[in-house]
Design a protein around this ligand. Structure first.
Ligand SMILES: [Zn+2]
Ligand SMILES: [Zn+2]
Length: 136
């Protein structure tokens, strides 16, 4: 087993989780390797949860944990407009919450750029991560 996925559920009892600070609590579940999809789906089913991935294999790779997925009921505050809310998406940089309006515009840009370059557009960029888990 090489990749470990820890699921952390937010302990805050609030109606709106969009402004929660990071919390510390033991993981509610730990899944390994190709069960990463189950980890994402578990987080998706909770009001607010994150999935953290770390490498535990023996190839000497970096073992620092990284947050690879977060779900907030109603979405997180959009990184771009800071007004509306949306799902966590892969972007050209890191994963960010993006509202549908910003996402549509950014996605159009990805498609247009790919057309200009004559390449296939990324299936993942500016698409909610939870919608992409069956792509691979
Ligand atoms: Zn929360
Ligand atoms: Zn937005």
């Amino acid at each position: 087993m090489s990749w470990r996925y820890d699921i952390f559920e937010c302990p805050n009892e609030v109606d709106d989780h969009s402004t929660c600070e990071a919390w510390s609590a033991p993981p509610i579940d730990i899944l390994w390797d190709d069960r990463w999809k189950d980890a994402y789906l578990k987080a998706e089913s909770l009001p607010h949860a994150v999935v953290e991935r770390r490498y535990m294999g023996d190839l000497g790779w970096n073992t620092t944990p990284h947050i690879v997925f977060e779900h907030i009921d109603g979405g997180g505050v959009c990184f771009y407009c800071r007004e509306r809310r949306g799902s966590l998406c892969q972007t050209a940089e890191e994963n960010r919450f993006v509202c549908d309006t910003c996402r549509a515009g950014l996605r159009r840009m990805v498609l247009q750029t790919a057309r200009n370059l004559g390449t296939d557009p990324s299936q993942f960029t500016y698409v909610p991560i939870i919608e992409t888990i069956d792509f691979c």
